[in-house]
Ligand binder design. Structure first.
Ligand code: EPS
Length: 396
């Protein structure tokens, strides 16, 4: 992040999760109902585990906001872990019940999770709970609170998002890069949040079958952002190229092992004549026949929809276990299981939107600046004037 600073803190079974977002202009109006609607989306999805029945995620703002507007200080967003009451003796920050903690110690690392790699890194291999507590995907709750704030900044300038599950395991619902219109049919309350809720019956059956087998599933999630002005990002510096920042942000989501911009995967196999997006003038504005570039050329937005996909591996906590080794004895043994999601893919669209919003709000503020929102608004109006006649906000 260059203009915004964003940090999360807290463990999965600790008292609460915290997100700190610093660098927003003062005077920005925020809507609590909207943030909570995103948190609700994150708890959703067919195939989630028992944890979501315990939790009711709702934002508590403890800094940086007064009367619904930012006031210049860091925005501090908190989320209660209701499950904390079941873990307080094991997870207490000052003094734990050693006997109970030993009975819940994690000594057989799960293949695919951070247990071994994180334990090796921090010298916590004797009980990898210290690692998994922080590595858990519950941390995405903090990201979603901050992402929902950033989405409200983007909305102020007419920038909107859509997202959906495009694939569950081997079941492809929507092939290739997503489009704005192609995501119009998404229903956030449908079991698997695909663009075709009427076709989700087979997916629900696939999740049921995986659950019966004690197995897990991943998938592909697509996001489209409409309304971005051309010129966000940089063609000049590797660490400021916006395609690089987007992919980093998406791969930082738990379970994501790959990410793509536009038709990045498909065009690798095409000739150049079939890989790019012809430029034309339509109604006095620059338009494209296609959007294979996914709204980014040379690491900079080009005014078309920004299109990205994130590829989620199956969750690494399996009820049937995976081969591992007990690091206290050196003996082979299957990984332990208490509870887990069969798939969390239904929660992934709002997490993808959150990461896109965080990066794009940062880029907008790099471009526009402003310690007060009226200054940011004035810079936006000036930028829109400068980009005429080839681009106009909101006109498609
Ligand atoms: C999650 C909470 C966790 C897991 C899941 C996501 O709860 P618990 O560990 O208490 O069951 O359900 O975490 C993971 C997938 C993971 O790999 O750690 C949540 O709130 O999203």
């Amino acid at each position: 992040m260059r203009r915004l600073r964003f940090l999360t803190g807290g463990e999965s079974h600790g008292p609460r999760l915290t997100a700190v977002l610093e660098g927003l202009p003062a005077g920005l109006e925020l809507d609590e109902v909207f943030i909570n609607s995103w948190l609700k989306r994150r708890q959703h999805g067919f195939g989630r585990g028992g944890r979501q029945r315990i939790e009711t995620d709702e934002v508590v703002v403890t800094g940086g906001l007064r009367n619904g507007r930012t006031i210049g200080g860091p925005l501090v967003l908190e989320l209660e872990n209701r499950d904390w009451k079941n873990w307080s003796e094991i997870m207490d920050p000052w003094a734990i019940d050693e006997e109970q903690a030993l009975s819940r110690a994690v000594t057989r690392p799960r293949p695919g999770h951070a247990d071994y790699s994180g334990g090796a890194s921090t010298d916590q291999l004797e009980d990898m709970r210290n690692v998994l507590e922080r590595a858990s995907a519950r941390e995405t709750g903090a990201r979603v609170m901050a992402g929902a704030v950033c989405a409200q900044l983007l909305a102020r300038y007419g920038i909107a998002q859509r997202s959906a599950v495009l694939q569950l395991g081997p079941h492809v619902v929507s092939d290739g890069p997503p489009t704005w219109d192609g995501l119009a049919g998404v229903d956030f309350d449908s079991p698997l949040v695909t663009p075709h809720p009427d076709r989700e019956g087979d997916l629900v059956e696939a999740v049921r079958a995986a659950r019966t087998d004690g197995d897990t599933m991943g998938g592909v999630v697509g996001g489209v952002v409409r309304g971005l002005p051309p010129g966000l990002g940089s063609y000049a510096h590797w660490d400021r190229k916006l395609d690089g920042r987007i992919v980093q942000a998406l791969v930082s989501i738990h379970s994501v092992k790959a990410a793509a911009v536009g038709a990045g995967i498909e065009v690798a196999g095409c000739l150049g004549s079939a890989a790019h997006d012809a430029i034309r003038v339509v109604d006095g504005r620059l338009r494209r026949d296609s959007n294979r570039a996914g709204g980014l050329e040379g690491g900079v937005t080009n005014g078309e929809d920004l299109v990205a996909r994130a590829y989620f591996k199956p969750i690494s906590t399996l009820r049937k276990g995976l081969p591992s080794v007990d690091l206290t004895t050196g003996e082979a043994g299957a990984t332990a299981w208490e509870r887990s999601d069969v798939t969390a893919i239904g929660a992934a669209p709002v997490i993808v939107e959150s990461m896109l919003a965080l990066v794009l709000a940062d880029e907008m503020l790099v471009k526009l600046g402003g310690d007060a929102i009226i200054d940011t608004d004035a810079a936006w109006a000036a930028l829109c004037r400068r980009l005429e006649p080839w681009w106009r906000p909101g006109a498609r």
